[in-house]
Design a protein around this ligand. Structure first.
Ligand code: GRF
Length: 196
């Protein structure tokens, strides 16, 4: 049974999808053992608490250097024996420390079909606003490995979602979360946990 550590910053709907998938048996080769938030008021921490999973706060501002922030996350994950780190709505850029400590063992969910609408500055509603401004007819979500390039790691899974006539960034975001993110992230986690 692989040990999963989840990094969060906000509402935690992707964390919830992972926890629900564990309960329903979609994820059966891994288990979330710890949730780390860089924001103390993240509702994701409440979701972890409700599921009986440890939730801790590691705030970036507690460290002078980004490297020390990364190191604190590494030390925490290693102390919990974490095998796979999942960034689920985590809004910090992870540095070399973390990537070196977990090579090809960190994955992220991005709310577009990479390589569209990704990279520095593309997060949250901004991604969906850019997609609507461009006029794409299809968007979706991507699960990818995390490397030194923002949203640049090898793609693991993608799911397309049609853009609808009167979509706003909010309605598109919601549909992509429901129909894509919350589906492919648990599937990708099970695939990786059962692989080796
Ligand atoms: C989601 O759109 C996710 O794709 C992005 O952050 C947003 C919020 O995620 N990474 P969550 O509800 O905190 O999981």
């Amino acid at each position: 049974m692989k040990k999963i550590g989840v990094l969060v910053s906000g509402g935690g709907t992707n964390l919830q999808a992972i926890l629900d998938a564990e309960k329903s048996g979609i994820i059966k080769s891994g288990s979330v053992v710890t949730v780390v938030s860089n924001k103390k008021d993240a509702f994701a921490l409440k979701r972890a608490e409700n599921a009986g999973v440890e939730g801790v706060v590691i705030e970036r501002k507690a460290f002078d250097k980004a490297q020390d922030f990364d190191r604190a996350i590494v030390e925490h994950m290693k102390s919990r024996g974490v095998d796979l780190i999942v960034m689920a709505g985590f809004l910090c850029i992870v540095g070399e420390e973390l990537i070196k400590a977990y090579p090809d063992k960190i994955i992220n969910i991005h709310p577009s079909l990479i390589p569209s609408f990704c990279g520095a500055g593309f997060y949250g509603l901004k991604v969906h606003k850019a997609a609507l401004d461009y006029g794409v007819k299809v968007s979706g979500a991507t699960v990818h490995f995390v490397n030194g390039v923002v949203d640049g790691g090898k793609i693991i899974a993608q799911k397309a979602v049609y853009v609808e006539e009167n979509d706003t960034p909010e309605t598109l975001q919601r549909r992509i979360m429901e129909q894509a993110e919350w589906v492919i992230l648990p599937q990708a986690i099970e695939k990786l946990c059962s692989a080796n």
